[in-house]
Design a protein around this ligand. Structure first.
Ligand code: ADP
Ligand code: MG
Length: 764
């Protein structure tokens, strides 16, 4: 295994625990409970988790689970699934290949946890899978008398509240995260929707915990956002690269040149871009920058698509439309302006949390994915979790061909098309993995010209996506997909048809074609892993060119001399080594960015925890009334004569919470500002994170004091009667509407472009 050297260096091995788990599973034989009735089986499972030393009797528990699955789901769990369950119950991230049955493995572990009285959230990559898996695994939970349900976007607060109280809850991480945020607005405990869980069992763990880790989930309330004027939007279309602006080599940053600045001043008729009062005053520079960014760094059909008059972002790591995601306000507005669409209201950010922080809220976590080992570093560094490898049930027969590397993109694409045509003649179904939506469509169009029909998988909803993936294994089928589209859905050879299956098996199974390597081998392997599931035949091959993005991003420090053969192929070993080198560089870059960005987010998370604890205290005690009535004793005495104590306590609570929430929202805006401005110093090689810490801690220290002082003022002024505190009379209303979204500011996305950095860069 490629990572073995690493594990040796760390003095551990992902296989170390394999032996232990195997031994335990060997004792958990299917026969052990075969003869007992259902009640006795349930009792045995409950007994197995109720042990004096705190450790379950694993052989008994696993044997009971195995038998229960057999009775309820009509399948016999494989030993490797039992091993996976055992590792999950130890809090590991398990690597099990695609099609090995991770859903069942996770469900068995979930029962193990739930029988111990722990509430479990099973986290899926989308709501469709949450519903599917809940329904699929439901009979197993029912057998043990465990209540269960799935959270999805169509449920109202009461329905969600009910589901969160159950023993086992399936849900997409963003859905659960939005509830965490919304619960941060309540002023009465009984309005809380979520019941905290003890354990998170995370499916597709690398996607959620690594690729999406830094995506902030945002709760916003109505308030307008600054958009570039249409004049600026028009102006940037007339500006030329290198003359008026420069784009950094990594395509992350864009900045005005001096010529560009004078050009803009002339175009807009302002004296100076710096500190001009026109066009929204000091925002002018920011507006120009976001407009430039929108125009020259964000490409339609690569980074976003326009659908139903709206900009829909494309998720870089999954190559699909990222529902509910937006860029930071100014940039979102700039892209909308560029496309001539209505500029949407970004709103005031009331609260936010990254997925990494969200996952961190669970006291216990474990997870499963087809590609964990290549992300062991991240799991250890960011979550303190270990990775365990589980062997496939049937040894894999997939044949991975050597990469085919060409000098130019054009040669690469020609070769891909020739290859697809050749393979189609054999009847093998093919899954083509491309880097972005535009590329997938270009390829599909080119294939049509050659008489090859294909299904394109990119901007569909999850259900339609699942249906296409489910059909992708039929004879001669060509499915062009963007990266990880359709994670969680199986490609069965021959679809559902037994006869077709044997046709496809004879033809060699599913053939995966990668167009360009991704920025990490993990993502490459995720794509490859689609073929050869459960011992099926299958094969994979990647087509690359030296002009690929990944090579450009990772190879800038090296030169390569190679000679193509007559097909344009660069077959020398040296070339492959160069490509591997480039990918190691990009992997390192991603890890660095993750680590740095997390340092910022960690601090925000710590501060949010303090706010949340303070909120809990205000919600659950009469601390607010105690404080305010002490400070304004006369008013308190007067009120006590005519208003019920309960009403007064609630009034005081609402006053305190209002100001706490308001100050927190202000603080978040301030953190955003300093984070943006501070990136400049990164360029000067100062330590921006230290500076950020210093400034944000100083600001946070004032926050609580200011919130309390404001609450005291409000208490003195506000009219309170039997209906409570009339905050609206003082203009202290909560936002009339709130909504949630995910900010696509993820510097780890495959295109690697961080929006914030570039906005910041222009203040250099
Ligand atoms: P993964 O998430 O690991 O890719 P899934 O959980 O989606 O895999 O399961 C893939 C397929 O394998 C499903 O059709 C499922 O019914 C089947 N499967 C899982 N476990 C078993 C088993 N023990 N015996 C037979 N089929 C199984
Ligand atoms: Mg799965």
């Amino acid at each position: 295994m490629a990572m073995d050297w690493f594990w040796k260096a760390m003095g551990t091995s992902p296989k170390k625990n394999q032996k232990k788990s195997r031994a335990v599973v060997a004792q958990a034989s299917a026969e052990r409970f075969a003869g007992v009735d259902d009640d006795a089986l349930r009792a045995a499972a409950r007994e197995a988790v109720r042990t004096s030393n705190g450790q379950p009797d694993y052989p008994a528990l696993l044997a009971a689970l195995r038998e229960a699955v057999n009775r309820t789901l009509d399948v016999q769990p494989f030993d490797v699934q039992m091993e996976g369950t055992h590792r999950l119950l130890h809090g590991d991230i398990v690597e099990m290949a695609t099609g090995e049955g991770k859903t069942l493995t996770g469900a068995m572990a979930t029962v193990g946890y739930a029988l111990r009285g722990q509430r479990v959230h099973v986290i899926t990559v989308n709501s469709y899978l949450a519903g599917r898996d809940d329904a699929w695994m439901g009979p197993l939970f029912d057998f043990f008398g465990l209540s269960h349900g799935a959270i999805h976007e169509d449920l109202d607060a009461d329905q969600r509240r009910d589901i969160y109280r159950r023993d086992v809850i399936f849900g997409a991480i963003n859905e659960i995260g939005f509830d965490v945020l919304r619960d941060q607005l309540i002023t009465r405990r009984e309005d809380q929707v979520r019941t905290p869980a003890d354990v998170a069992v995370i499916d597709e763990a690398d996607s959620v915990m690594v690729d999406e880790a830094l995506v902030p989930l945002v709760l916003a309330g109505s308030e307008p956002s600054p958009a570039p004027t249409s004049e600026i939007t028009r102006m940037v279309k007339t500006m030329e690269e290198d003359e008026h602006f420069q784009i950094s080599a990594d395509h992350r940053n864009i900045y005005l040149t001096d010529t560009g600045a004078s050009y803009a001043e002339k175009y807009l008729g302002v004296e100076s871009l710096y500190g001009s009062e026109e066009h929204g005053g000091g925002d002018l520079l920011v507006q120009i920058n976001v407009a430039l960014h929108a125009e020259h760094l964000l490409a339609r059909d690569v980074h976003y698509i326009v659908r139903d008059g709206k900009v829909a972002l494309i998720d870089g790591s999954r190559g699909r439309v990222a529902e509910l995601q937006r860029w930071p306000d100014g940039l979102q507005a700039a892209v909308e302006a560029k496309e001539g669409l209505d500029v949407t209201d970004g709103g005031r950010i009331l609260d936010q949390i990254t997925i990494q922080a969200l996952v961190g809220m669970y006291p216990h976590k474990c997870g499963m994915t087809g590609t964990a080992i290549a992300a062991s570093d991240q799991f250890r560094q960011f979550y303190d979790l270990k990775v365990s490898a589980i062997d496939p049930n049937v040894p894999t027969q997939r044949f991975d061909e050597a990469d085919r590397i060409y000098a130019t993109l054009e040669e690469r694409d020609q070769a891909v098309i020739r290859h697809i045509i050749e393979v189609q003649k054999t009847g093998q179904p093919q899954l083509i993995g491309t880097q972005d939506v535009a590329e997938s469509e270009r390829l599909a169009d080119a294939l049509v010209l050659e008489g090859v029909e294909s299904n394109v998988l990119n901007a569909k909803n999850h259900e339609a996506e699942a249906a296409i993936i489910a059909e992708a294994g039929r004879p001669g089928r060509v499915t062009v997909s963007t990266q990880m589209a359709g994670r969680g859905t199986d490609i069965k050879l021959g679809g559902m048809n037994e006869e077709e299956r044997s046709v496809v098996v004879d033809a060699g199974g599913l053939h995966v074609v990668g167009v360009g390597r991704f920025r990490s081998t993990r993502l490459d392997n995720q794509l490859r892993g689609r073929a050869g599931r459960q011992g099926d035949p299958g094969s994979s091959v990647f087509f690359l060119s030296l002009e690929d993005d990944m090579i450009a991003a990772g190879g800038s420090d090296q030169e390569l001399h190679a000679t193509p053969d007559e097909d344009g192929l660069l077959a020398q070993k040296r070339v492959l080594q160069f490509v591997d080198h480039c990918q190691r560089v990009t992997e390192g870059q991603l890890l660095d960015i993750h680590a740095t960005t997390w340092k910022y987010n960690k601090l925000i998370k710590d501060q949010r925890d303090i706010i949340a604890a303070r909120r809990d205290d205000l919600l659950d005690t009469d601390a607010a009334w105690k404080h305010l009535s002490r400070v304004h004793g006369n008013k308190a005495d007067e009120l006590a004569e005519r208003v019920d104590q309960e009403v007064l306590e609630q009034a005081a609570r609402e006053i305190m919470l209002y100001h706490l929430d308001f100050e927190w929202s202000e603080h978040l805006a301030y953190l955003d500002d300093i984070r943006e401005s501070i990136h400049l110093r990164a360029i000067a090689r100062e330590s921006p994170i230290d500076e950020f810490h210093r400034m944000s801690i100083a600001a946070f220290a004032d926050l609580a004091e200011r919130a309390v002082a404001r609450a005291e003022e409000t208490f003195a002024e506000v009219h309170i009667d039997a209906d409570g505190a009339h905050l609206e009379n003082l203009g202290l209303q909560k936002p009339s509407a709130t909504w949630t979204y995910m900010v696509n500011d993820n510097p780890l996305s495959a295109d690697g472009r961080s929006v914030r950095n570039s906005i910041a860069r222009m203040f250099k």
